[in-house]
Design a binder for this molecule. Structure first.
Ligand code: AMP
Length: 302
């Protein structure tokens, strides 16, 4: 099965306790696609500027990702600057230069029309909604957002959320979106905005899925890692593992969803081991499955 993702393809300038990197490949759609490509076919809709090189695009192509939906516009590629202190769970945004994303009108190649799954990675909510509206035939829609859009584009975001089946956000964003301090109450309110399920990511502490239909929530741990060099993209990689695994199974049973939570954690854990999306490019299916077993042994009593 195949997933279409719309989101940012970007350059990131990053500072972590492990070092500094200038204008390296990043973006929500980039991390998502690389993570999901280990499970299923991925197609990307995004825009880049004329500073985006063939080598940059090849990072995705080498993983078999369909990049025909990445438009080249004149101007500069989206550029995000962020840093992390000793608390690696929280990114501080230094700048967000939307550049070519400011005037982007998503165009979906006709070859993408038969995609069964859709993921609205973090990008302006109006762009997410455009793509959502153009893809009415999909089986399942996942989505993400961030504090910036909750703050400055709440009405637009609420329209998008009404058309999303599974929303994946972090705990701070869930509380901000719901204007609630308690996580279960925040989850209930967010689910009332549209999604059938809500995955709340807790950074290095794992993630919890809440359901609208009254099913008990389910928590997946995060693997305690010796070294976290760069937390950028952990959330998008979680989403890529989660959605990629669901698409590879085709049906949405509670067991598939629970396993998807584990595969999400697995891909998030690889993403943070090195700067940028490097680790997601080189990791093998064998390493992914071995780490899945580690997660299993972390939580199972016998
Ligand atoms: P994550 O660490 O998973 O939350 O996502 C990090 C990625 O999100 C980085 O590679 C950034 O390029 C991208 N990003 C940051 N801010 C935005 C934004 N406002 N819109 C779209 N993508 C963004």
């Amino acid at each position: 099965m195949s997933i279409l993702v719309v989101g940012s393809v970007a350059f990131d300038t990053l500072k972590t306790p492990y070092g500094v990197r200038e204008k390296i490949l990043g973006g929500s759609a980039t991390y998502f696609s690389l993570a999901a490509s280990h499970f299923t076919d991925v197609r990307v809709v995004a825009v880049v500027g004329d500073d985006f090189s063939a080598d940059n695009e090849n990072v995705m192509k080498l993983r078999g990702i369909d990049t025909r939906g990445i438009e080249r516009a004149s101007g500069k590629t989206f550029h995000w600057g962020g840093e992390y202190g000793e608390n690696l769970n929280e990114a501080k945004t230094n700048f967000t230069d939307l550049n070519v994303f400011e005037s982007f009108q998503p165009k979906i190649p006709k070859e993408y029309n038969d995609s069964q799954f859709l993921f609205l990675a973090n990008i302006q909510p109006e762009l997410q909604l455009d793509v959502r509206n153009a893809m009415n035939g999909v089986k399942l829609v996942g989505g993400d957002t961030m504090n910036l859009w909750i703050n400055i584009k709440r009405p637009e975001l609420e329209k998008t959320l009404a058309r999303v089946d599974i929303l994946l956000i972090n705990d701070g964003e869930a509380k901000m979106l719901a204007r609630e301090n308690s996580l279960p109450r925040a989850a209930k309110k967010v689910l009332e905005m549209g999604p059938r399920a809500l995955v709340i990511k807790h950074g290095e502490y794992g993630a919890t899925i809440f359901f609208k239909d009254g099913h008990h929530p389910f928590r997946a741990p995060a693997l305690p890692l010796d070294v976290v060099q760069d937390p950028t993209g952990a959330g998008d990689s979680f989403a890529g593992g989660f959605m990629g695994y669901i698409a590879s199974q085709g049906e949405l049973t509670p067991t598939v969803l629970k396993r998807a939570m584990f595969y999400g954690s697995v891909m998030g854990s690889f993403a943070v081991e090195k700067f940028g999306p490097e680790r997601l490019q080189e990791v093998t299916r064998k390493e992914i499955d071995e780490r899945f077993d580690l997660f299993r042994s972390l939580t199972h009593l016998d």
